[in-house]
Design a protein around this ligand. Structure first.
Ligand code: GDP
Ligand code: MG
Ligand code: ZN
Length: 292
């Protein structure tokens, strides 16, 4: 029987079947021999051990569409990065790093700007404009006022979406609105229970509907751009793409070269200066790392 791994804890894999049952499975030894670790999001084949107890063996993993490295999950269609207009204030460096890591792995990103109710209209407009002009889909929501939820739901339809974003941005609150029968702990509740940040949790798929899943990935909150050649970085800024190959020098890094079309576009206000500054900072970081 085929199913999808929705959770993996302590050597057990929880596999959801097409019929809506969840089987607790162990992976057979073949995986260890093949050095292949089953991942949350994997489609696989199971042999049922006990139908009443809903236990089985995971015997095969079907070919993956893709595989993220951090978090280690499989078969992601897109990522949703949620951040708040206020409380906490947006950290654009963090957002840009996240976008880079997804660009690099060819995962489309939807940006969700939450807590619209706390924000300044002009500021929200500016953020939406900057990231839309880079080619990203940007949604504005308020979990508190239940604004923009239908639009968000539409974007998730039929896809597996990995959710990311800083703590406190409203990830759990939005998830609860999208999947009312799941009920993730939101900030207030975890405070009440005295748990919060240090609770160990695992990646899991939350079913929202037919073939529609949210991948909740705790720890998917900080992003390091690593193991990357500095020359690769410019390809992770989609707004640079129209100028690629147009600069005076071949292989222009858009940092210091004369006759650079990206810098021209920056001066003309066609490229966000904050995005460009973050590009330069990360570029420098990658350059320095190579020296050690
Ligand atoms: N004002 C306002 N508060 C929100 C909104 N969304 C979430 N919150 C609050 O922000 C806090 C953190 O939300 P939570 O969903 O736990 O964030 P998470 O850490 O990203 O999962 C909670 O106290 C929520 O009630 C919103 O749209 N507007
Ligand atoms: Mg949360
Ligand atoms: Zn250039």
């Amino acid at each position: 029987m085929q199913g999808r791994i929705i959770k993996g804890i302590g050597g057990f894999y929880y596999v959801a079947s097409a019929g809506g049952n969840i089987y607790e499975c162990r992976a057979k030894g073949i995986f260890r021999k093949e050095k292949m670790k089953p991942l949350v999001g994997d489609y696989g084949e199971i042999e049922i051990i006990d139908e009443k107890e809903k236990t089985g063996n995971l015997v095969k993993i079907l070919p993956r569409k893709n595989q993220l490295i951090r978090p280690a999950v499989a078969n992601i269609d897109q990522a949703l990065v949620i951040f708040a207009v206020r409380e906490p204030n947006p950290n654009f460096m963090l957002l840009d790093r996240f976008l880079i890591t997804m660009e690099r792995q060819n995962v489309p990103v939807i940006i969700c700007l939450n807590k619209e109710d706390l924000g300044d209209e002009e500021e929200i407009k500016e953020i939406v404009e900057i990231y839309s002009s880079c080619g990203y889909q940007v949604l504005v929501t308020s979990a508190q006022k239940e604004l923009g939820i239908q639009e968000l739901r539409r974007e998730l339809e039929g896809k597996t979406t990995a959710v990311a974003g800083p703590s406190g941005a409203g990830k759990s609150s939005l998830t609860n609105l999208l999947a009312p029968d799941v009920q993730m702990e939101t900030g207030e509740i975890s405070k009440k229970l005295g748990r919060g940040r240090h609770t160990t949790r695992h990646s899991q798929l939350i079913p929202l509907g037919e073939e529609t899943y949210l991948m909740d990935t705790p720890g998917f909150t900080s992003f390091y751009v690593e193991d990357m050649e500095k020359e690769e970085l410019r390809h992770c800024f989609p707004e640079f793409a129209p100028y690629e190959g147009e600069c005076r020098f071949q292989g222009c890094t858009h940092t210091h070269e004369p006759g650079c079309k990206v810098k021209e576009a920056l001066q003309e206000g066609k490229i966000s200066s904050r995005r460009y500054e973050n590009y330069q900072e990360i570029y420098k970081e990658l350059e320095e790392k190579r020296r050690y």
